[in-house]
Design a binder for this molecule. Structure first.
Ligand code: ARG
Ligand code: GLU
Length: 700
């Protein structure tokens, strides 16, 4: 695979000393990183990783459902992704009799693989820099959106299920066009029991040492002619020419690794005042508000098994952000991230001060930012309170769904979907718990609004509106919700919804939210256009030092690379680069909701029959650490070794390094992967799905 590459003589870089390891690279820009990657041990060329016209690793990487990453691991379209990415699909197929979440699921043959309405994967066909088409239009006065629309219109690309988008990168300084193809028959093939796939659940989430087997498998199906198609019994498994090869060789400290996937959003180039506001003002508010919800839910989940099932997934989602933000605040403080960012900002200013043309622009811009950030603060806080309340007050969700139903019914439309949506909400809704949790949340909001009128809390509405004369949090309001759908006919249900006291709650609050949001919009737009210039100043400063900067993540396809390895989270402590199954047994707590293990699984682990999946010392690795820059959306991304072979499945980051969204440092930022050998051992030896193992290609 490796073509001959001449390594350029290293230039003296001013910039990269503190950017080391940072960056999620667009596959088309990897050519600039080839030298760096090879010096870290890579044995491939950039075109082995991405090529629009000939086979490359890119062909095996999919955007899974638009929210995660997945990869093709057999010539028959088998997809590997995380358990938490497949969770919704696994949950939908589960029932009390066949609880696949609890016991796991393995299709015995292709006939048993389970279709999932609405689930799709996108393959990337090509990525192209179209800045020279967009930027002149923007210079001529078109908005970015108008320019994008006009370029898309002038060059239509068609094909079955082909999608073409143009996305801004570097805050509007460049634009890329992405052509992708969507396959929408994606079937569930297998998932381990949650005790494996979600082992350690929320307690271990974001935490190292980790022992979660966070994986599941799907398969892409196509029409008989190989083209994309919605589900049909006639469909056949996708024929893939370039599936990933699975490495059983394992990796050790210092080995090259890379992550290929779709990270959602990072903000590595913000002015310091902006980062400081996020970390010191916004995150603490979000953490405090989520804590109110989590504490109330947790106390009920601990004593009521039904509530535990109903709220497990919601709890996981609310707590995922909560825990990450705490990690970000701590990580930023311990690593003195703000100081480093200030130093970096100083360097950009210094570079431009020395460069006559822009001599004072950088200084001026930073001053403008500092003022803007200050004047945006109150509006941002207001928005944030609104968002947390809108997201976590479940009565509002009910009111939104009830509105959808009534509106559809009044229009004489088909209400089946709206009824279904309400039913699935009700299935996991405990009105008394919501009453208590949101009472605490909304009271906090009201008291914050009384202390600080600039927060725009609609106090009068919440306290005095006619609809709530009976008390916004009275048991009556909640008890009288027309839940339990089977009791009512559709017509009665529509009327009960329409006439309920809480019916207008969503519409009223969302309208208030929109007006608060709009108040800040102009200021935010101004900030954004400043960011375009600021990013440009970064880029030219970096160029002056001979380097390219990676664009912040924006859900487009990216590659990050680094070295496998542990680190020291604090003085006197070190983390190894791997965990083994020994740790699973150490963590086992019988009957516990997060750390229980099925008897059969324990016996398998205890028998230590790891065969070809074992590491050199005979142990079976479970999770591994690497200094790859990743973010949300990289879940399910393949971890590849120097030959491009699959060594692991990305699913998390260490808590100590979650601030990498703002500030990446290889000293403490690590992504967490499931070792592919553990995955294969579970599939082969525990699930007994040897027919799947036979589909895959292994190497040592
Ligand atoms: N922290 C990982 C991510 O951000 C995993 C989340 C799912 N697991 C959980 N226990 N909430 O998506
Ligand atoms: N668990 C995350 C995801 O779902 C990946 C972890 C991260 O944020 O890096 O994408």
């Amino acid at each position: 695979m490796l073509k001959k590459i001449l390594l350029p003589i290293a230039t003296l870089f001013v910039f990269p000393s503190f950017l080391s390891g940072q960056g999620m690279w667009l596959p088309i820009d990897l050519i600039n990183q080839e030298f760096n990657m090879i010096s870290k041990g890579m044995k491939m060329s950039a075109s082995d990783i991405y090529s629009a016209n000939s086979g490359s690793l890119k062909d095996a990487i999919v955007h899974f459902g638009g929210f995660c990453t997945g990869e093709i691991i057999s010539s028959k379209g088998l997809v590997l992704t995380n358990h938490h990415c497949g969770y919704g699909a696994i949950q939908k197929h589960s029932s009390v009799e066949n609880d696949y979440l609890k016991h796991g699921f393995w299709a015995a043959s292709m006939e048993d693989e389970k279709p999932n309405e609405g689930l799709y994967v996108d393959f990337i066909i090509s990525i192209e820099d179209v800045s020279d088409k967009i930027l002149p239009l923007v210079l001529n006065g078109l908005s970015e959106k108008q320019a994008i629309d006009s370029v898309l219109k002038s060059n239509p690309i068609s094909g079955k299920s082909i999608g073409v988008t143009i996305k801004s990168i570097y805050y509007g300084n460049q634009f890329i066009q992405i052509v992708s193809q969507r396959f929408s028959d994606v079937r569930l093939v297998g998932a381990p029991p949650s005790a494996v796939g979600k082992f350690g659940a929320d307690t271990d989430n974001w935490v190292w040492p980790r022992h979660t087997g966070d994986f599941s498998m799907f398969r892409v199906y196509t029409a008989p002619d190989g083209s994309p198609s919605d589900y049909s019994p006639q469909n056949i498994p996708l024929v893939s020419n370039n599936p990933l090869t699975i490495s059983l060789a394992g990796v050790g400290q210092g080995d090259f690794s890379m992550i290929y996937g779709f990270p959602g959003r990072t903000t590595s180039y913000l002015p310091v005042s902006e980062v400081a506001q996020q970390i010191e003002i916004m995150l603490p508010i979000k953490v405090q508000l989520r804590e109110i919800i989590l504490n109330t839910w947790d106390s009920a989940m601990r004593v009521n098994p039904k509530v535990k099932i109903q709220y497990a997934s919601k709890y996981a989602s609310v707590s995922n952000g909560w825990k990450k933000w705490i990690g970000q605040m701590e990580g930023m403080s311990v690593s003195h991230g703000i100081d480093t960012l200030r130093h970096r900002q100083g360097k950009v200013i210094k570079y431009h001060s020395a460069n006559h043309e822009n001599a004072f622009r950088a200084v001026d811009l930073v001053e403008e930012f500092d003022k803007q950030v200050l004047s945006l603060e109150n509006g941002r806080k207001s928005i944030l309170y609104f968002q947390e309340v809108l997201r976590n007050w479940e009565l509002l969700t009910w009111s939104r769904l009830a509105n959808d139903l009534v509106r559809l019914s009044d229009r004489g439309g088909n209400i089946d979907k709206a009824i279904k949506a309400l039913q699935s909400f009700e299935k996991n809704y405990d009105s008394e718990l919501d009453r208590r949790a949101s009472k605490n949340l909304v009271n906090e909001w009201i008291s914050a609004g009384k202390l600080d009128t600039l927060l725009n809390v609609p106090i009068q509405y919440l306290e005095e509106t006619d609809a709530f004369v009976q008390g916004l949090f009275s048991p009556h309001l909640y008890n009288s919700l027309p839940l339990n759908s089977s009791k009512y006919s559709d017509t009665i249900r529509v009327e009960l919804c329409r006439n309920h006291l809480a019916f207008n709650l969503w519409t009223d609050l969302i309208t208030k939210y929109r007006s608060v949001f709009l108040k800040n919009k102009d200021k935010e737009n101004l900030f954004e256009s400043g960011m375009k210039e600021w990013m440009n100043l970064h880029m030219s400063a970096a160029k002056g030092s001979g380097i390219t900067l990676a664009a912040d993540a924006n859900s487009t396809m990216r590659v990050s690379f680094g070295e496998v390895g542990g680190f020291s989270p604090k003085d006197g402590a070190t983390y190894n680069h791997r965990t083994t199954t020994d740790g699973i047994l150490d963590k086992y707590i019988p009957g516990d909701y997060e750390f229980d293990l099925p008897q059969e699984f324990r016996s398998k682990l205890e028998s230590q029959d790891f065969g070809k999946y074992a590491d050199l010392d005979g142990k079976l690795p479970v999770c591994i650490l690497s200094a790859n820059h990743t973010s949300g959306g990289n879940s399910g991304s393949p971890a590849l070794n120097s030959d491009g072979h699959l060594i692991g499945l990305n699913f998390d980051r260490v808590w100590e390094g979650t601030m990498s969204d703002f500030y990446f440092t290889p000293e403490r930022c690590r992504n967490i992967m499931v070792d592919v050998r553990y995955i294969m051992w579970v599939v082969d030896k525990y699930a007994g799905a040897s027919h799947l193992i036979e589909e895959m290609k292994f190497t040592n």
